[in-house]
Design a protein around this ligand. Structure first.
Ligand code: SAH
Length: 341
């Protein structure tokens, strides 16, 4: 059955016409879903019982069930959702000074195979639909009674490997009749699918692009991230420049520091060279060691040296705060554990 949250408001108007209803019913339904955040069609009390039944016969509302909820000492909350087809996905809610930020998954599993990531080694199942991406935010807001102000597409999966659904979900988040979250408050993170980065640039959305860079030579990056063999660093940087040119937005580069791997001064020097002149920001992340993983966290001393070198050489760099480390909040760890159990 079709999922009602997969439709933009214009598409839902067409659906209503097909069902022999007036198009404005779509607006009412959207209000119930995105403003009132109801969990069932029965709660849409300004619709006739007849119409509610029609909706139930034709669409799924797709309300997630919570399998597990973990709370960190720092306020970070992690949810494992039952997405109603036997699969489970992870969503993380983070508490920042500027508001509530949510990290959404875009696929059940991931095909990218990054060596340091907890999703590697467990099977890729499928991509999420746009409604299934959006429901993560709705489900968290319903449970926590909060309004999310920022969304990062940084959970499980490669967003640009699920391009159409991700872009559609973004438009639904953006819609003033929907969740009304501005594009500037939304970040998409990618391992570097060059053609899709260019395609995204051409959409001229105002969202922030995060690039998971993690290394400064093709040899090292290919070893950490197999996707680099298809799209090497030079092509990736060119695509980033294109994105900046088309959107006027700066790019965020993610760089996870692993001891004796990518954290020495030569790496920092090459990074400066690569990013010189770009409107960019570097997010340094102390790498999170995964079970049986070969990469371990850099020392604090090295992390700060690395950061200072970048800053002294004209590249804005900050060290990402490690939120939720006591609850396995890092990429894919909870889903992995659940599968193992
Ligand atoms: N596939 C997308 C988004 C999901 S991963 C991407 O690659 O960007 C989200 C971020 O977490 C990426 O920057 C990824 O490189 C990083 N990441 C994954 N595993 C990590 C780990 N063990 N330690 C630190 N960062 C990690």
């Amino acid at each position: 059955m079709n999922k009602i949250k997969d439709y933009t408001i214009d598409e839902l108007k067409e659906e209503m016409t097909k069902l022999g209803e007036k198009p404005f019913r779509a607006t009412q339904i959207w209000e119930w879903i995105y403003k009132e955040n109801v969990a069932s069609f029965d709660e849409m009390t300004n619709l006739s019982i007849e119409l509610r039944n029609k909706l139930k016969d034709n669409y799924e509302i797709g309300t997630y069930k919570i399998i597990r909820k973990l709370e960190s000492k720092d306020g970070t909350k992690k949810f494992l959702f039952d997405i109603l087809d036997g699969n489970a996905i992870e969503t993380v809610l983070m508490d920042y000074k500027f508001g509530k930020s949510i990290c959404v998954s875009t696929q059940v599993g991931c095909k990218m195979g990054c060596k340091f990531c907890a999703s590697t080694g467990i099977d890729f199942v499928r991509s999420l639909s746009s409604g299934e991406i959006v429901e993560q935010i709705l489900a968290v807001q319903r449970e926590e009674h909060v309004k999310v102000s920022n969304v990062v597409y940084m959970g499980i999966g490669e967003p640009l490997d699920n391009y159409d659904n991700v872009v559609k979900s973004l438009k639904i988040l953006n819609d003033p009749k929907g969740l009304n979250i501005g594009a500037r408050h939304i970040s998409i993170s990618t391992s570097g699918l060059v053609p899709k980065i260019k395609k995204l640039a051409d959409e001229k959305l105002q969202c922030t692009l995060s690039i998971s860079l993690h290394a400064t030579t093709n040899e090292k990056r290919s070893e950490m991230m197999p996707v680099n063999k298809a799209y090497p660093i030079e092509e990736l940087i060119d695509a980033c420049k294109y994105y900046i040119e088309k959107t006027g937005r700066r790019i965020s580069f993610e760089y996870a520091l692993a001891k004796d791997n990518n954290d020495n001064l030569d790496d920092a020097k090459r990074l400066v060279k690569l990013l010189k002149g770009m409107v960019a920001h570097v997010n340094l992340i102390p790498i999170n060691k995964i079970e049986n993983g070969k990469y371990i966290k850099s020392t604090n001393e090295n992390i700060l040296k690395f950061r200072d070198f970048l800053n002294e050489n004209g590249i804005v760099a900050t060290v990402r705060r490690e939120l939720g480390s006591d609850i396995d909040a890092a990429c894919g760890q909870l889903r992995r554990k659940n599968l193992e159990e």
